[in-house]
Design a protein around this ligand. Sequence first.
Ligand SMILES: Nc1nc2c(ncn2[C@@H]2O[C@H](COP(=O)(O)OP(=O)(O)OP(=O)(O)O)[C@@H](O)[C@H]2O)c(=O)[nH]1
Ligand SMILES: [Mg+2]
Length: 429
Amino acid sequence: MKQIKNNEKEKVFLVGFDTNRKSDITTEDNIKELAALARTANADVVGQAIVRRGPINPGSFISKDKANEIGDTCREHEITTIIFDDDLSPSQQRNLEQITEIKVIDRTNLILDIFAGRARTSEGILQVELAQLDYLLPRLTGKGINLSQQVGGIGVRGPGEKKLEYDRRKIRNRMHLLKNEIEKVREHRQRHRQKRQDNYLPIITLVGYTNTGKSTLLNNISGSDVFVENKLFATLDPTTRRVTMPCNRKALFIDTVGLINKLPHQLVAAFRATLEEITYSDILVHVVDISHEHFKNEISSVEKVLEELKVLDKPVIFAFNKIDILKDKSVINKIKKQKTKSVFISAINKQGFEELFKAIDGILKKGIKAYNLKIPQDRNDIVSSIYEHNKVLKTGYKENNVILRVELNAADAGKLKQFIIRRRKKNNG
Ligand SMILES: Nc1nc2c(ncn2[C@@H]2O[C@H](COP(=O)(O)OP(=O)(O)OP(=O)(O)O)[C@@H](O)[C@H]2O)c(=O)[nH]1
Ligand SMILES: [Mg+2]
């Protein structure tokens, strides 16, 4: 069996299984997405097969004959990896490798591999390693390791690949250690969040399917430089940017990891600390690639994860992106009738941002009132903090005081109570 080097372009073969279940997304669509995932993992997709006949074989998922046939094709074309679109059980994976004599991985394994290659921050690296080990553990046989661990390449790259002996006890210990480390990071994040809440700034989180343009949007509303790429899962770790909106209100915008159909449960579990950011936001901006043929299904996939995180009760604005390349513009009017809180943008051309900000401002305004404050001039610290965090409508000076008209939420109004100028009630008598 050929050893695969880390940066070598692997030739891969994709396999889908048509269950004949009625759904808008066909097996072909799933395979198309699987091919995009494979290319993201630096693989060269050489062939594919969609198995349409017969029930699922519990031992080898597809029939032995079909597996043999695929094995022959792969050897003929020097293909080193077969990727199944469906989750394989550890024994199915092993049996398929025995029949085909080729390394076999599944979609989950592939996604884990991409995440492993993308993780940059210490938190991301810990989380990916945990997810990889969680996936690996049930796949260790009594004899030790299966083919994928022997030949290397896609499926075993990244943190989990470290010279860790494939020994169950050692893996369990390592997982325990990782969980503790992740918990520490989580606590640190919580303290940080507390600080952020103390000087209240509204938090707007960009969520959405992978490759819809979340990072492009963040870059173009904040003038920052977050990594953008036409590949899946360009972003893993949440990036936060402070943005002053045209209405002069300041807010924190957070870019998050893109979601995908059939997102491995190991990843959702391991990335809970990262995804938790979403739980603390005031508004979700759900970025949708309206030019994508199946954008409605992508919305549902994202909503499924949001439901799992129990955040669907938060105000959501749908930002339908990439209108610059949308061919059938009539779609826009149809959506407008169905979804009230939707804006249509082109993140790349900075189009439609005004509408987006207006929608955000509209939601934030609720529960916010305008107050007149009188602050002694020597309390410049307070004045600048207000300028920093709140929307100031008017500024003036009177004697040795700064007079501000400013929008405050209830919490901030409480903190600044001593400076609020109370209007005297009119005396009617
Ligand atoms: N035509 C067009 N392309 C866009 C637009 N916004 C983003 N893109 C492109 O879409 C691709 C993905 O953009 P990203 O900003 O990386 O998307 P993302 O949602 O952050 O992706 P992940 O981090 O992978 O979840 C890039 O090639 C962008 O240039 C847009 O408004 N119009
Ligand atoms: Mg991104």
